[in-house]
Write a protein that binds this ligand. Structure first.
Ligand code: FAD
Length: 475
């Protein structure tokens, strides 16, 4: 009698404990992916996620088929899908790797209880995080709210297990009712097809993830501590979408980096970034209303503005601030944005435009290939100053200075704002300050080929500080 392995955000064969357990049992295997219906608006898959999911499922399906077990696709409400499949196949066990989002936890608990009542054995495994959220706590047993002691405590705990190899053999189940055709889910964009840039940049799936990891270990890890902050250089791993879809496990990334580097600043920094991913998951697990509510209650009454035109200018990279525009265009074209620039564009939305962090998080959810509920909302709240261990609200990024510091040779801005490419480095990050002659020589016509700044940063900064002061008497 078969076992069902329910794949979710763990679309891989390597280091997949649920799959390894199913293989070890010798039971015939039904690998299943459910396209869930009824997901609430704020957690629904965005366009970029759907594009990635399509390709990742194709890749997983190919890898499983090569081992003789086809991936079964079903759309519907998960418990109903599982119950129907159990009834049709006589499956005795359902195995999965754990989810940690509040809705995922509630859903898994309910499904486990219902299936157990039907006499089905349900087993769940740790695979998506290095540490379970309940394994790491302060001395008094409360969850951490500050990153540094959290990560110190993680590093003091027994190290994460080494990753498991993919199972050697899988036994197919002979009598599986037909599933959906992936095409019928319509995950890919059609008119217009905006996915050209995504296709050019990414290879969704386990093989693509492993290739990214190797490039990172061979070429980038050593210099990572410095290069990670420079958006004009390929200094980071770009593993984020692969980690978000579980095409590579955090244990694999953690141990591979340690094995490759032994020690050093680059290694420590990289592991700490994996630590931030853990911290965000830990935070969302322990603060389930994080996506809706600022962690710091005094921000609940913040006087956000409502200005759809400013929002669109930000979304489309037409703010007149080159680093912000470059970042938003990189995101729109490739589904990814460099972390330094994510911080700058987020600060700009929240503090310069006074638009709510929730609007920013929503746009990121729709456009990022690595969109992840925990990392996204925790990072937005961090930038907005209302989250855990957050940058204080009064520390407001100056987008021009950030550009000059982190993109000094303008490579990043020139790539994404080619209409500014002819400007000398000195004026690239503040075209409004260049003389008419310089602008003309560079072929830049402000207000026509490139927008005037949509706000005066100094005025906006003072306005943001005053809004904060009125909201809760300052910091
Ligand atoms: P690397 O520098 O190579 O880091 C390795 C891995 O560590 C990443 O793949 C990622 O999984 C993790 N990581 C790195 N930095 C962070 C961080 N600050 N917080 C949490 N995890 C981190 N990351 C997401 O994965 N999904 C999101 O939806 C997301 N939204 C963000 C929103 C804002 C406003 C900001 C400021 C950051 C956000 N991040 C998010 C975090 C970070 O920007 C990306 O993880 C990182 O840029 C991915 O690039 P990389 O894989 O090359 O990272």
């Amino acid at each position: 009698r078969p076992a069902i392995v329910w794949f979710r955000r763990d679309l891989r064969l390597a280091d997949n404990p649920a799959l390894v357990e199913a293989a070890a049992s010798g039971q015939p295997l039904i690998p299943l992916f459910i396209d869930e219906t009824g997901v609430p608006e704020g957690e629904a898959d965005g366009g970029a996620t759907r594009w990635w999911l399509h390709h990742s499922l194709l890749s997983l399906g190919r890898d499983l088929a090569a081992r003789g077990v086809p991936l079964l696709l079903r759309r519907g409400e998960p418990l109903a899908v599982l119950e129907a499949l159990v009834a049709a196949t006589g499956a005795t066990r359902v195995l999965w790797n754990r989810r940690y989002t509040p809705r995922g936890v509630v859903q898994d608990t309910t499904i486990k209880a219902a299936l157990t009542r039907h006499g089905i054995e349900v087993r769940s495994f740790k695979a998506g995080l290095l540490f379970e959220p309940w394994e790491i706590a302060t001395r008094s047993g409360t969850p951490f709210r500050v990153f540094t002691p959290f990560w110190r405590s993680c590093l003091a705990a027994p190290p994460p297990d080494r990753p498991l190899p993919p199972p050697a053999a899988l036994r197919p189940c002979e009598s599986v009712p037909p599933g959906d055709d992936l095409g019928s889910w319509r995950l890919l964009p059609t008119a217009p097809d905006w996915a050209g840039g995504l296709n050019a940049d990414w290879q969704p799936g386990e093989a693509g993830a492993e290739a990214r990891l190797q490039i990172f270990l061979d070429q980038r890890l050593k210099a990572y501590a410095v290069a990670r902050d420079l958006p004009g250089q390929a200094g980071t791993s770009r593993l984020s979408p692969h980690l978000a879809f579980g095409e590579i496990s955090p244990r694999r990334a953690f141990h591979a980096a340690r094995d490759a580097a032994g020690s050093g600043n680059g290694l420590d920094r990289f592991l700490a970034e994996l630590g931030w991913r853990e911290f965000c998951a830990h935070l969302l697990f322990t603060v389930p209303d994080l996506p809706e509510q600022p962690l710091r209650g005094e921000f609940a009454a913040f006087p956000w503005r409502d200005d759809p035109e400013l929002l669109v200018a930000w979304q489309r990279g037409r703010t007149g601030f080159p680093l912000v525009d470059a970042g938003m265009r990189e995101l729109w074209t490739t589904g990814w944005m460099h972390n330094r620039v994510r911080m700058v564009v987020a600060s700009f939305l929240v503090k310069d435009l006074l638009l709510s962090w929730r609007l920013g998080a929503d746009w990121f959810r729709d456009t990022l290939v690595d969109a992840d509920l925990a990392s996204n909302v925790a990072s937005w709240q961090w930038v907005a100053g209302c989250g855990a261990d957050a940058a204080p609200f009064f520390r407001i990024f100056n987008p021009t200075l950030q550009g000059e510091k982190f993109d000094p040779d303008g490579r990043y801005v020139r790539r994404w704002c080619p209409e500014l490419a002819g400007l000398p480095d000195r004026w690239l990050h503040q075209p409004g300050r260049a003389s008419d002659i310089i602008l003309r020589q560079a072929g830049v016509s402000l207000g026509r080929s490139y927008p005037h700044p949509i706000v005066d940063h100094d005025v906006a900064r003072r306005r943001a500080l005053a809004a904060m002061e009125n909201c809760h008497g300052g910091e």
